[in-house]
Design a protein around this ligand. Sequence first.
Ligand SMILES: Cc1cc2nc3c(=O)[nH]c(=O)nc-3n(C[C@H](O)[C@H](O)[C@H](O)COP(=O)(O)OP(=O)(O)OC[C@H]3O[C@@H](n4cnc5c(N)ncnc54)[C@H](O)[C@@H]3O)c2cc1C
Length: 257
Amino acid sequence: MKAAPFEMVRPAALADATALLTRTGAHALAGGQSLGPMLNLRLARPTLLVPITHLAALREVSETASSVTIGACITHAAIADGGVPDIGLPDVGLNLLARVAEGIAYRAVRTRGTIGGSLCHADPAADWVTVLTTLSAEVLTTDGRVLSLRDFILGAFRTALTPGELLRAVRVPKLSPTARWGYVKACRKPGEFAHAMAAVLADRGMTRAVIGAVGGPPIVLEGASVTRTPDLPGLDAVDAHLQRVVLGRAMTQAGLA
Ligand SMILES: Cc1cc2nc3c(=O)[nH]c(=O)nc-3n(C[C@H](O)[C@H](O)[C@H](O)COP(=O)(O)OP(=O)(O)OC[C@H]3O[C@@H](n4cnc5c(N)ncnc54)[C@H](O)[C@@H]3O)c2cc1C
């Protein structure tokens, strides 16, 4: 099937993009790796597409002593290739974000797909949704709002963005040198979306485990509730078993077993 007809207008600046996106039926187009298939399947029928990856304001990367801020239109490939500063964890030997990025799909998808597009699409099985929730990341929007990932992702394919508002950047706190981290996902084939995923972080006296690919927002366990055998309401026995196995492996990876 082919996409239904639509108009495409390339904005010269961020303000032009947000103005265009207030129009009914307008959609931002980032890497097109999720929106493209939805257009072709006619699951999305925008009347206006607004490409945004060329906008410099959405491609900025910056670093402070406590965080790294990544522009929404930075691609998975750029992160995998070390194009953003490390958030810490020197004993892992490789940037944590780079390791996550290089595990997303395959190179062709990573070259076009963006971190912002992934969060805005809000697929429950997306790597960044689970990983950045675990890392207490925040999103910065073009309306000047700063939201935690937990407040940003409202459900499967639903975010807190309002019409005309773009995700501008993601701010990820740096880890302490003693942080412990584990991230494991189960995919049928390399390059496919995961059927189960878990990220575990222990840092500065806090322990958090986040279980993704559960059909809605990730399940967040904190402190004493971080266990290899959590209650997983809404999952059938097979999915719950797979999620617990993956969680156990992530805990082992983090040295929490
Ligand atoms: C074959 C294949 C395998 C994949 N496997 C994985 C995987 O294993 N793990 C994984 O995490 N992902 C996977 N993906 C998805 C991929 O990571 C996409 O990059 C991502 O989901 C969407 O990013 P994008 O930049 O392409 O966004 P687009 O497809 O362009 O946009 C997605 C949605 O977000 C909106 N949007 C985009 N950017 C913004 C913004 N800055 N502000 C507001 N709204 C915005 C768009 O309007 C659209 O509704 C896969 C995709 C494919 C095609």
